[in-house]
Design a binder for this molecule. Sequence first.
Ligand SMILES: [Mg+2]
Length: 296
Amino acid sequence: MRRRALVLVNPKAGAGRAVKAWKAARPLLAEAFALEEWSSERPGHATELAERARKLAPDAVLAVGGDGTVHEVVNGLAGSDVPLAIFPFGTGNDFARALGVRPDPRQAAAVLLGGRTRRVDLGRVHGHYYVQVAGTGFDAVVAARVNASGRAGTGAVTYVRHLLATLLAYRNRPAALRPAGSAAPPAAGPILLIAVANTPYYAGGMKICPEASPEDGLLDWCRIGDLTRIEVLRALPLVFSGRHVRLPKIDTGRAPAVEVDGPPDLPVHADGEVVGHLPARFECAPKALTVFVPGG
Ligand SMILES: [Mg+2]
């Protein structure tokens, strides 16, 4: 008997390329799965659809889109046993990249058909789950700009454009970071940004927390201190390989939860969506999501 899969498609993902890629993947699944397709029509809609989907207890929920789509779907599935298959056909596919799922219709279909799943951690801040990276500071201000720009795209080029524009106006802000339960004094002082990561990548391949694993029950943090603009421009290319963590004024750590205090107007993002302001507590939600992963 065919298994049942609910397919949540973001028709706008990847400037429409997601729909085309999905059409190539669909026939490969038709023998094994009865597929029911739902289309996400507006911001937040994929979360509602995923909440509806989980109640039907299907054999799989498929997210067809990019990181924005995955973020929304995960917020509807978190804490359930319904396994998620990612068809990473968006502009940014960083979470899929972290799991080894490539933006290729054949491989993505093979991952689902292979049937191998893992339980992975999620991050949580201000009541929102996240799969990749959350944080505050410069990148959260960039996220606010990208959010406000009507999401022409969230790939590296768009991101870097907003990043450079923000760089001209941004001043480093004072903030204090404390791993929850730590008796040590908080790391305090001006910051460019603080990132608290579940998986290494965000913003179209930037490896902000290179060692982050979604299977250790901990969040990795990276605190980028009082860098000058020139230092930021020097550090930026290194973020794509993760080598920035060796620079002075940058420190990293790992904890089940991290508390950050600072100016209440400083936004907090989760997977590039602004979800609130400081202060904030970032927590790991261990094994809160089941996902299909490549076998072997
Ligand atoms: Mg971890």
